[in-house]
Design a protein around this ligand. Structure first.
Ligand SMILES: [Zn+2]
Length: 281
């Protein structure tokens, strides 16, 4: 793991979302957990080796790459209430079948798997005090409806979750692109200057413009196809122009064409108020 500040360690080099540890004067707080069970067990061993006591896990969003590893730690999890709901309604058989393919070690580690779903939830904001540290969870919908940023005041560090994909491809498979642009402005207003993105290396506020303009570009790309009268299936098939814009994150090789299709399908529904966006204001 990389030491980011006096008491923050982050991991940005594994398959799955970035995750971090904050070493407080009264134990450790984990922000998101490893996607691979084998990585979760290695992290558990590392915490034990450091003589640390884990107190809480905070999950920043509902996708499995942020919470699958919760199950390997016996501590309460904190997240947006929508994250709890999504974890509880996950088709576990399907989810675990996918995780089992990540390496030959995983299937045995998934035997008897039960998700460690959040038991402490928030809607808009929540503050957690552990030792001398203050964790501020702030709901910032965008990449998903239940996205949260976690700012750690004493360290000058904020975990932005997947509202930032730093120099790797942006997933918009269920995003509200307009709320996402608002979220980027909310991130800009934070006092913290060091950002741990959901994916990609650590970055700063200077990346917000690039992330925002890529979302604007995606919006215009799909809107133009709709305005030209393209049907959804045709748009999904033909709008492949964004595929090579950024590399895929670690462990996602070969997934780019599928992600493009899911991004197009979601934005098409968003602009035509159909699918999951039907009947929404
Ligand atoms: Zn995500």
């Amino acid at each position: 793991m990389q030491r980011l500040s006096a008491n923050v360690l982050v991991e940005t080099g594994l398959r799955g979302a970035n995750h971090g540890l904050v070493m407080t004067s009264d134990g450790i707080v984990m922000i998101d957990s490893p996607h691979k069970p084998s990585d979760a067990l290695r992290l558990r061993a590392e915490i034990a080796r450091r003589g640390g006591r884990l107190r809480y896990i905070i999950n920043t969003e509902p996708h499995g790459d942020h919470w699958t590893g919760n199950a390997f730690f016996d501590v309460p999890v904190i997240a947006h209430e929508g994250v709890r709901a999504r974890i509880l309604e996950t088709d576990l058989a399907e989810h675990l079948a996918r995780v089992a393919t990540f390496s030959p070690e995983e299937p045995a580690l998934l035997e008897g798997y039960r998700p460690n779903a959040p038991v402490i939830t928030f809607k808009d904001r929540m503050t957690l005090h552990v030792g001398n540290h203050t964790f501020e969870m702030i709901h910032m919908p965008g990449h998903t409806a239940f996205q949260a940023a976690v700012s750690i005041r004493e360290e000058g560090v904020a975990f932005t979750s997947d509202n930032i994909f730093h120099k790797c491809h942006t997933w918009l498979q269920e995003a509200n692109p307009d709320e996402w642009l608002v979220a980027l402005e909310s991130l800009r207003e934070l006092k913290e200057e060091v950002f741990v993105p959901g994916h990609g290396p650590v970055c700063g506020k200077d990346y917000l413009d690039e992330q925002g303009s890529f979302i604007e570009e995606w919006k215009a790309y799909v809107l133009k196809a709709i305005e030209r009268g393209m049907k959804k299936e045709e748009a999904i098939e033909r709008l492949t122009g964004m595929t090579g814009r950024y590399p895929m994150d670690i462990g996602q090789d070969g997934m780019a064409p599928g992600v493009m299709k899911r991004n197009v399908a979601n934005l098409y529904d968003y602009f035509t108020k159909s699918g999951m966006w039907a009947g929404r204001a």
